[in-house]
Design a protein around this ligand. Structure first.
Ligand code: HEC
Length: 150
């Protein structure tokens, strides 16, 4: 027959073990919640123009923006409607003879400057207001059949 004193000590020990176990699992739970939250964080936080970006966000957003520029897609969106049809006298893409002699006559820099500032019926930046000067130069390259790389 065990004494009551020993029994109550066993019970207390049991409760102690139980509460350590509970505390431990609560602690473990909060750690894993935090880790899950960290893992759920997007690789680069998206930041919109005019909003403050989380550290590193601006760099990631900027490099993503330049990475997605495609001369072909931008040309199709802004330039093709005039330069694929010759609308209003626009020199056509694929008219290698035109572009070759034009670039030989005035130089590629003038041709790019004209595309940036506009000339006659050619609107400034071909109406691509978000295109940078470098991107316009790339578009001219694409439009003229890469004459500038020769
Ligand atoms: C609304 C019609 C229109 C759109 C859109 C347009 N262009 Fe033009 N573009 C013209 C016309 C017309 C000319 C001929 C201007 C002239 O020499 O009189 C021209 C000329 C040019 C020239 C030749 C400039 C030179 O000095 O010979 C380049 C380069 C050019 N465009 C690039 C572009 C690019 C790049 C885009 C798209 C971002 C674009 N254009 C969009 C109408 C357009």
């Amino acid at each position: 027959m065990l004494s009551n004193g020993f029994k109550s000590r066993v019970v207390k020990l049991g409760l102690l073990v139980l509460s350590i176990g509970l505390a431990g699992s609560v602690w473990a739970q909060s750690i894993s919640d935090q880790q899950i939250a960290e893992r759920l964080q997007p690789v680069g936080s998206v930041c919109l123009a005019g909003e403050e970006c989380a550290s590193g966000g601006a760099t990631i957003a900027a490099s993503a923006a330049s990475a997605v520029f495609s001369a072909e897609a931008t040309y199709d969106q802004y330039c093709a409607m005039c330069h694929n049809t010759g609308m209003a006298g626009a020199p056509e893409r694929g008219d290698a003879a035109h572009w070759e002699s034009r670039i030989a006559d005035v130089g590629i820099d003038t041709v790019v400057t004209n595309a940036i500032n506009g000339i006659n019926a050619m609107p400034p930046r071909g109406m691509c207001s978000t295109c940078s000067d470098d991107q316009i130069a790339e578009l001219v390259d694409y439009l003229s059949g890469n004459q500038t790389n020769r």
